[in-house]
Design a protein around this ligand. Sequence first.
Ligand SMILES: [Zn+2]
Length: 77
Amino acid sequence: MADATFYYTGTRRCKVSLKKWGFLKDDDVNCVCGTEPQTMEHLLRCPLLEQTCNPEGLAEYNDVAKECVQLWQKHSI
Ligand SMILES: [Zn+2]
């Protein structure tokens, strides 16, 4: 699962970044939870997560980070 960490921390695959880089065709950068634009910061504290994550946890890929990544995958984020 180390690939997942690289995937999310290395590429910062959030809609706001995708939009900035021109990879997102539509103008909807809101997260699937519908509360905020989907920035990387938002992904770590998205209300869909059972526990909020932080960049340190993601770097270590601890248990909380694993749950976040699983939820992102479940919601196709
Ligand atoms: Zn969200």
